[in-house]
Design a protein around this ligand. Structure first.
Ligand code: C2O
Ligand code: CU
Ligand code: CU
Length: 481
């Protein structure tokens, strides 16, 4: 035990919580409202509007859902119906997407092609299948061309599906905390700054990092207890390289559900749109343990940093050389140790694919609009169907990143398993809906197209790239009909 830990230990014994007084966490953001389904129905009104909200100890002008950043937390059970009355009070079109949910992608459901114009009120209605996996999903705008701006202005919220995983005794006895990670770039008036063209190309980042709208919030972990820490990257472009300093933590779930067993982690890479569930046993000397994000190079840092210097722009994590705080975990009063979950669930391997397709991610130049982000040489066109697949089949998609920066590939409606990286089998069996593909690397994902027919999208979840064309349309067909 070092001096710091000893001091923390002795104050803990004296019954005084050792909470470092951090000026920026004094004015704390109000907690996001929780809306839970009742008797099989989640009925909620959501309004998108520009408002002043407390953020990380100051006041910011942000785009909000129900005047909250992050937006209200929605919680359902498998088999529930979701009915959202959505009003757009922004001065630009928007819409809603339910990221990671295996639900109908058409009509009034999780339809990314809908536009909700200013002052319009519309309904979103869909059913959560009875066999839907439990997990941390989320909702955010998906109006092509404005997605990065709207998320960077604050629009995002949790969408939790409860299920058998939550009823594992060990997880039931754990304290649960969900942290929505967002980054912001605000001017002195607390308004979101317009990114420089270079930052838009790179993918906008801000140097204000928040967890649930707070800077470096303090979480409490009972000595001998368990903390289930669920993390969502709701930033448009920033990749978090997370570490819990001097403390073990275990990965128990990824985007699409639980793993087979807890897996010890050192660092956790969380690219935009990804989620992880971490289990933290309170078995270390009592004290304060910082959760930090370490510098991460998402490609050609030197070249881009050089350009940023010349343009005097804000390049977010590019300039990051030190760990930055996300949250801190303080040990609290002792508690009888709960069970440790030796096993969690099963992640059944998918059958061999009937079709294998390649998706090449690269950049191009359009003489009129400038930089373009391309998939298989083409920029997004909402009139064009890029891929047709048959429901009931399994496909391998080989995502080939030929560009000098990372791209995070995301598919709507059906989750997938990463089966290989750079041709080498992927050891971790897990359900995912986003896979980060580092510069010049390749990832192979295996997808079972199930149940839902209709058109939806796949895209880079670095949202400036999506807005600038790195998106395609997949049409799911039922050949038996
Ligand atoms: Cu979270 Cu199509 O996105
Ligand atoms: Cu999505
Ligand atoms: Cu990208």
């Amino acid at each position: 035990m070092d001096r710091r830990q000893f001091l923390a230990f002795s104050t803990a014994i004296a019954g005084i919580a050792l909470l470092p007084r951090c000026a920026t966490s004094q004015l704390s953001a109000p907690k996001s409202t929780l809306y839970r389904s009742q008797a099989g129905l989640l009925e909620v009104d959501l309004t998108a509007q520009l408002t002043s909200v407390p953020l990380a100890g100051r006041t910011a002008q942000l785009m909000t859902y129900n005047q909250q950043v992050p937006g209200p937390r929605l919680e359902v059970n498998p088999g529930d119906r979701v009915q959202i009355r959505f009003t757009n009070q922004l001065e630009q079109p928007t819409n809603l997407h339910f990221h990671g949910l295996h639900v109908d992608p058409t009509g009034l459901a999780d339809n990314p092609f809908r536009a909700v114009n200013p002052n319009e009120t519309v309904d979103y209605v869909f059913d959560i299948p009875a066999d839907h996996p439990a997990g941390l999903f989320w909702y955010h705008p998906h109006y092509h061309g404005l997605v990065a701006q709207q998320l960077f202005s604050g629009l995002a919220g949790e969408f939790i599906v409860r299920g058998a995983d939550d009823r594992l005794p060990a997880l039931q006895s754990a304290q649960e905390t969900v942290l929505v990670l967002q980054d912001f770039d605000l001017n002195r008036q607390g308004q979101v700054r317009e990114p420089m063209p270079m930052a838009r190309m790179w993918g906008r980042e801000g140097d204000l990092i928040t967890a649930n709208g707070q800077a470096n919030p303090a979480l409490s972990l009972a000595l001998g207890g368990l903390l289930r820490l669920r993390l969502l990257n709701a930033s448009p472009s920033r990749i978090y390289r997370l570490r819990l300093q001097n403390h073990p933590w275990w990965l128990i779930a990824t985007d699409g559900g639980t793993l087979q067993a807890p897996t010890a982690q050192d660092e956790v890479l969380l690219s935009p749109g990804e989620r992880v569930d971490m289990l933290i046993p309170g078995d270390q000397p009592p004290g304060t343990y910082p959760l930090v994000t370490l510098p991460y190079d998402r490609g050609l840092a030197d070249m881009m940093a050089g350009m940023a210097n010349r343009h005097g722009g804000h390049m977010g994590s590019l300039g990051q050389t030190e760990p930055l705080p996300i949250a801190q975990i303080n040990y609290g009063a002792p508690r009888v140790a709960g069970d440790w979950p030796e096993t969690l669930g099963t992640v059944d391997p998918l059958p061999e694919p009937t079709t294998t397709r390649e998706f090449v991610l690269d950049h191009g130049l359009d003489p009129e609009t400038g930089d373009q982000f391309l998939i298989n040489g083409r920029a997004f066109d909402h009139h064009r169907v890029d891929v047709q697949v048959n429901v009931g089949t399994v496909e391998d998609w080989v995502i080939i990143n030929r560009a000098g920066m990372d791209h995070s590939f995301h598919l709507h409606t059906n989750p997938f398993q990463v089966v290989a990286r750079n041709g080498q089998p992927e050891p971790l069996k897990a359900w995912k809906d986003v896979v980060n593909v580092p510069a010049y690397e390749t990832a192979t994902i295996r997808i079972a197209f199930r149940q839902f027919v209709g058109k939806t999208v796949y895209h880079c979840h670095m949202l400036d790239h999506e807005d600038q064309g790195m998106m395609g349309i997949v049409e799911m067909l039922d050949i038996k009909k």
